[in-house]
Design a protein around this ligand. Sequence first.
Ligand SMILES: Cc1ncc(COP(=O)(O)O)c(C=O)c1O
Length: 400
Amino acid sequence: MRLSNRILNMQFSPIRKLAPFAAEARMRGVKVYFLNIGQPDVKTPSAFYDAICNYRPEVLEYGDSQGLQALQESFIEYYKKWGTEYTRNQLFITNGGSEALILAFTVLCDAGDEILSPEPYYTNYNNFAQQADAKIVPFLTKAEDGFHLPSKEVITSSITNRTRAILISNPSNPTGTVYTAGELRMLADIAKEYDLFLISDEVYKEFVYDGLQFTSILSLKDIEDRTILIDSISKRYSACGARIGSVASKNADFNYNIMKLLQARLCAPGVEQIGAAALKDTPDSYFEETKAEYQARRDIIMEGLAKIPGVVCLKPSGAFYVVAKLPVDDAEEFAKFMLAEFSHEGKTLMVAPAGGFYSTPGLGKDEIRMAYCINQEALKDAMNILALGIEAYKAKKGLK
Ligand SMILES: Cc1ncc(COP(=O)(O)O)c(C=O)c1O
């Protein structure tokens, strides 16, 4: 008996790959700061739970395939703030942003088709694309440029007759980069010129710092029929376990055809949709406080990194991640070293080696991604441990 090449060619998550080393460290009594995963520690608004507690239908039935009407309407209302009015036939509730991406790729791609994305990118895009027998084709962005987009010529040089879409995560996971209005404009022009869709994964759009103005794909009115917006309540409302997201488009063909997939998978989780619909009354102060907290943490990380000789990391403006180039030969080996061999006052940390966020072999070998989802005191301690760990690793390996 054999399994599909599709599954055999898929990768395990680089974010969770070192978990057994972390488990062993904890068994030895070492405290591990988990900077490897973007699991927010911010409280989920109580409105979510209040709504669920009061929901007692006699039968928990299947819901509408396109989503609970009240939830669709609350998302539609939310996007008005970003200048776009969707209808209920243009915005669909999904099992998280993850399912939204898989559905979008399946609608757009035949076997062998390509989706262009700036590298490094959210590593799960690979497996989502492979479910549609498609693949992510990267174009390079660099730590030295704050991972901003390269020129139009560099991007278009990767376009082939199999390219169906350009995909960005904005603000970006893993880099925290927030693309400028000019960068969005360039992508829109490329999409028009080469007849492509532009998919924007904006699950972190509420987390943009330093008073920066976020440019959503929704502002690109001249390519409305080619844009696909991916969203989720996972990060926005710190509700990752609810598994509620959305995919929205003004392309009639896309919307007509995605219904086949939505109907086949029946519906998104019913109870969680009730909870999610209640989040519409979350006050602005929730986002302001959350944003201020993440920004302060970002600053702690940047201060910590600035003190480590040889680190390259421009200050990111969004999401809750940074990718830093370290003065080490192999970031994965370093990450393992931190868990298996190093501790300071009984503590260490877990980071994600950034190689897993690149698809070009060898890239990101000296980079790590850190998520700042732990409290400020812990983060200060973790940055001190990182600096000491790098020194110890360099000494062990005889690196300058
Ligand atoms: C960029 C990006 N897109 C999508 C997702 C998936 O989110 P969800 O929990 O809504 O499936 C994540 C999760 O970390 C993410 O970082």
